[in-house]
Design a protein around this ligand. Structure first.
Ligand code: GDP
Ligand code: IMO
Ligand code: MG
Length: 430
């Protein structure tokens, strides 16, 4: 029996929320380990949609423990609002089923303010961030000026830390022509939510260790995707955390050997929201059609997602550099009804065929996808719950992808609904 890490293998929005929800039936604990409320994870259960940003996707299942690990950047107001939203949907959230790592970093109002101002200053070269202050909060963490959840319990120290932080940021805000922030205002705002936040805070690493020692099954829920990883992604068009499964250990406080199986969530085609290179992007009617059928609009920001064909070069690289054992192939149903389907099998860079994504931003912008075209299928895979219900040509597509990416498809997803999932290989038993 092994613990499982679920991570995105493309540019996010692969369906991680749905798959974590499916697998959390068997898990005892679900742990977020990086990112923040830039994430938007959608769950559809009996026709009801839940959109989660900071809360682990296990929160909707009674009796499961949800943990927000130290690697997450937490906007206290966003967390409290999200808790209220899911409570209004009938989900129980108390300190019995939600634990917030006391050493998690906080996102303060100065972070989204600077995030937005910096994006404006970048103009046409903007990253297309979610504007949630994620990058700025991680910058502060690495610069050792961040404020953490545990600091909320020590008002005098908290004030000192706010002063220290604003000494730095107010210079920047002033330089950008934006309004400076007052220590008192930030302090008062934090103190107004401190007790509510502290009610969920605790020693997360110990709770995870206790669960592990008791033989409980732990599911680590990644946010974003491999090519948004600050090291392995399409830098600088990335998020500011490591999104790979290895980060689950550091961002939760467990040894890396505790992560037994890495499941890479992979869309049957490719999408990206925000700026940056996207070799298989389609700027034609086919791209529009994929976006329409797949309802490709951001869960957090509502932005239209860019769409394109499946890029096997990218996913194979994510598998090799991220240590992915098997994939969950999602949104198969969106490809129903296309006469032909293209798959990117290599790139061409300055006339030379290459089999990997080069690191240089200049090269990434110049690579051309090399496609193989395969026959589509007219029958529907939508809502299929068994392998036998999948059209023969769609089965061929799955097999072809497995061969190209050099990893097995462990799960297949055929609709947003929790139940429309086919399990071929149980990650907890692999
Ligand atoms: P995440 O960020 O990786 O959790 O993914 P999002 O929730 O942002 O985006 C995935 C979208 O696709 C959501 O609206 C899901 O409900 C939906 N979805 C997930 N799996 C499937 C599937 O197999 N088929 C279809 N049609 N939609 C799916
Ligand atoms: P989930 O977990 C898709 C993208 C943003 C932007 C870049 C940097 O739902 O898959 P940031 O606000 O993180 O500094 O923005 O990363 N991005 C995502 N794209 N899904 C996400 O999360 C994302 N989180 C951030 O659009 O391009
Ligand atoms: Mg999402």
């Amino acid at each position: 029996m092994s613990n499982v890490a679920v991570i995105g293998s493309q540019w996010g929005d692969e369906g991680k929320g749905k798959i974590v929800d499916v697998l959390s039936k068997e898990a005892d604990m679900v742990v977020r380990f990086q990112g923040g409320h830039n994430a938007g994870h959608t769950l559809v259960i009996d026709g009801v949609t839940y959109k989660l940003h900071l809360l682990p996707s296990g929160i909707v299942r009674p009796g499961k423990m949800s943990v927000i690990g130290n690697g997450v950047v937490v906007d206290p107001k966003a967390l409290l609002t999200e808790i209220e939203t899911v409570k209004a949907q009938g989900i129980d959230v108390t300190s019995d089923n939600l634990l917030l790592a006391e050493n998690a970093t906080l996102i303060l109002p100065v972070h989204p303010a600077l995030d937005v101002a910096m994006e404006e200053a970048r103009g046409a070269k903007k990253i297309g961030t979610t504007g949630r202050g994620i990058g700025l909060a991680y910058e502060d963490k690495v610069a050792r000026r961040a404020i953490r959840v545990c600091d909320l319990a020590h008002p005098e120290y908290l004030k000192e830390r706010i002063e220290n932080m604003l000494n730095h940021h107010n210079v920047l805000l002033k330089g950008m022509g934006a309004e400076e922030m007052s220590v008192t205002a930030v302090y008062d705002e934090l103190m107004s939510v401190a007790d509510k936040i502290l009610a969920y805070s605790g020693v997360a690493w110990r709770a995870i260790d206790d669960a592990d020692k008791a033989g409980k099954k732990i599911l680590f829920e990644g946010a974003q995707g491999h090519f948004l990883d600050v090291d392995h992604g399409t830098y600088p068009f990335v998020t500011s955390s490591n999104t790979v499964a290895a980060q689950a250990a550091a961002g939760a406080g467990v040894g890396s050997k505790k992560i037994g199986y890495v499941l890479g969530i992979t869309k049957a085609y490719t999408t990206r929201v925000g700026s940056g290179p996207f070799p298989t992007e389609l700027h034609d009617a086919v791209g529009e059609e994929i976006g329409k059928k797949g309802h490709e609009f951001g869960t957090s920001t509502g932005r239209k997602r860019r769409c394109g064909w499946f890029d096997a070069v990218l996913v194979r690289q994510a598998i090799k550099t991220g240590g992915i054992d098997g994939i969950a192939l999602t949104k198969m149903d969106v490809l129903d009804g296309f006469d032909e389907i293209k798959v990117c099998v290599a790139y061409e860079l300055n006339g030379t065929r290459i089999d990997y994504l080069p690191a240089s931003t200049v090269d990434q912008a110049n690579i051309k996808p090399v496609y193989e075209t395969i026959k589509g299928w007219s029958d529907t895979s939508q809502g299929a719950r068994s392998w036998a219900e999948i059209p023969a040509e769609a089965v061929k597509y799955v097999r072809y992808i497995e061969e190209l990416i050099e990893a097995p498809v462990a799960l297949l997803s055929t609709s947003p609904d929790r139940d429309d999932t086919i399990l071929m290989q149980d990650p907890f038993r692999s």
